[in-house]
Design a binder for this molecule. Structure first.
Ligand code: FDA
Length: 454
């Protein structure tokens, strides 16, 4: 196939929230852009699709009150939001396998366990308050906190297993989606700090507050619409030539010559591109210390939200269950009811060893422990499996291995000559979230605009 060459001020690689935000900001500042996207759609980890007649958020969906960059973008694009359904009792399943209803923030555990959880939460909130989300490695204790795993640190605080499992959960299964021995205390504190506090992160009413009517993928779709033909689909970039004077990004069909490049995708995919000359030693090293978490997002649609009839809000969780958390995910103005549940890290590995039928049965069985037998019989069932998506390779996002954040974090966002980096996986506020992707898109655009004027 013959490549044809086009010239732009900036070539953006990846049409996710970060790349499309950057491209729009650059356009506003008068620079020309081309966005090259590997997939046949825009949005990356934002993907709203109709599966067996049900509209599902296959990727990211929730918006929390502190996510100003995302909220501004949603408002600016003229999109409406609605609140997650949350009236009624929540459900917690304890170590004895019994489900218990509760209201409010504290779930039903023994008073001693409750006291331990409260005390360690207070300690964590105090530590998180000292973290600069853009520079966690600069905290005086950063080296020490990055050398101990989240799991080991929690075990040093208490021997109450139920307290540990529940505290571990917020940044473990629910966020970084890696086993708790696989990342550090510092990485965990950054995750919490990016949401304002550890308490915010465990508060479902805060972190999973609103959704966009019609789906969150409209954000990238509308951003792409503004760029028209400058967004090219089915164009995986496989080679990037670079020098101090600029870049040439190559796909099978196009070569884009530009003054700057923005790599706007998960850092685990940088190695898919052949850099000529190679990236510097530091980048070669640091990129190997980041890896994607892994979680299956399970969607179960019913003819009606039957759990509401039982006075249940749909909010349910348990560190002892295969589906460690689940929520009412009914679409705006939909008479059908949707539950969404999550199966994380080693549990996700485990169920992918099973046949599709067995996996579905095991997952629905787990949902039934929260909502009763009716949960076993959805009219639509779907598993979002981002692990098998070539251009993402996991969910929700990438994080450093033990020690990596302190050792390499400061260089993750640093440009290499004309090559800039933007992605939710390197954000401070909004880390691993759409809000962070938008912030990184804005930041990189601002930097390039400044550089192009100097
Ligand atoms: P993203 O990965 O979205 O985009 C990168 C793009 O680059 C992709 O389109 C990819 O195809 C493309 N690409 C990669 N390599 C390329 C190459 N060589 N050439 C060309 N193109 C290339 N967040 C949130 O705020 N609320 C939520 O509720 C959730 N929930 C959630 C659930 C699930 C299942 C997932 C997977 C993720 C979430 N998230 C979330 C996270 C959120 O979706 C994510 O942080 C951002 O969408 C990431 O946006 P980026 O633009 O940074 O990368």
């Amino acid at each position: 196939m013959t490549e044809h060459e086009i010239s732009r001020d900036v070539v953006v690689i990846g049409a996710g929230a970060a790349g499309l935000t950057a491209a729009n900001e650059l356009r506003k500042a008068g620079l020309s852009v081309a966005v090259l996207e590997a997939r046949d759609r825009v949005g990356g980890r934002l993907w709203t699709d109709v599966i067996d007649g049900a509209t599902l958020e296959i990727g990211g969906q929730w918006v929390s009150p502190d996510q100003d960059a995302l909220k501004q973008t949603i408002a600016e694009l003229g999109l409406e939001t609605f609140s997650r359904y949350r009236d009624g009792d929540s459900v917690y399943v304890g170590p004895d396998g019994r489900s218990r209803r509760f209201t409010g923030e504290m779930f039903p555990v023994a008073p001693e366990t409750e006291a331990v959880i409260a005390e360690i939460t207070e300690r964590l909130d105090a530590m998180v308050a000292e973290i600069d989300t853009d520079r966690p490695w600069e905290h005086p204790n950063a080296a020490e906190w990055d050398s101990v795993s989240w799991d080991a640190w929690l075990h040093r605080q208490t021997d109450d297993d139920e307290a540990i499992r529940n505290l571990a959960f917020a940044t473990g299964s629910a966020m970084l989606t890696k086993p708790t021995h696989a990342f550090s205390l510092l990485q965990s504190l950054l995750m919490a700090a990016s949401a304002g506090s550890y308490s915010n992160l465990v508060d479902a009413d805060f972190i999973l507050d609103k959704r966009v009517v019609g789906g969150l993928q409209q954000v990238p779709l509308l951003l792409a619409e503004r760029l028209g033909d400058d967004v090219r689909l089915n164009q995986p970039v496989h080679r990037l030539e670079w020098s101090d004077s600029g870049v040439v990004a190559h796909t099978d069909d196009i070569a884009v010559r530009a003054r700057f490049a923005i790599l706007a995708h998960a850092p685990v995919l940088y190695s898919r591109i052949a850099f000529q000359p190679p990236l510097p030693r530091r980048q070669h090293q640091l990129h190997q210390h980041l890896s994607m978490g892994f979680v299956i997002k399970v969607h179960a649609v019913y003819d009606r939200p039957f759990w509401r009839e039982q006075g249940l809000s749909g909010t349910a969780f348990s560190p002892y269950e295969l589906v460690h958390e689940a929520y009412d995910n009914t679409n705006h103005a939909d008479e059908r009811g949707t539950l969404v549940g999550f199966v994380s890290d080693r549990n996700a590995d485990g169920v992918f060893e099973l046949s599709a039928e067995e996996r579905r049965a095991r997952i629905l069985e787990s949902l039934s422990h929260y909502y009763g037998a009716e949960a076993k019989d959805p009219v639509v069932y779907y598993e979002s499996d981002w692990g098998s998506e070539e251009w993402t390779r996991g969910a929700y996002a990438a994080s450093f291995d033990l020690g990596g954040l302190h050792r390499y974090g400061a260089d993750l966002r640093a440009a290499v000559g004309p090559i800039h980096f933007a992605c939710s996986d390197m954000a401070g506020a909004g880390y691993q979230h759409v809000d962070g992707a938008i912030r990184m898109g804005r930041l990189v655009a601002e930097t390039i605009v400044d550089e192009s004027r100097s």
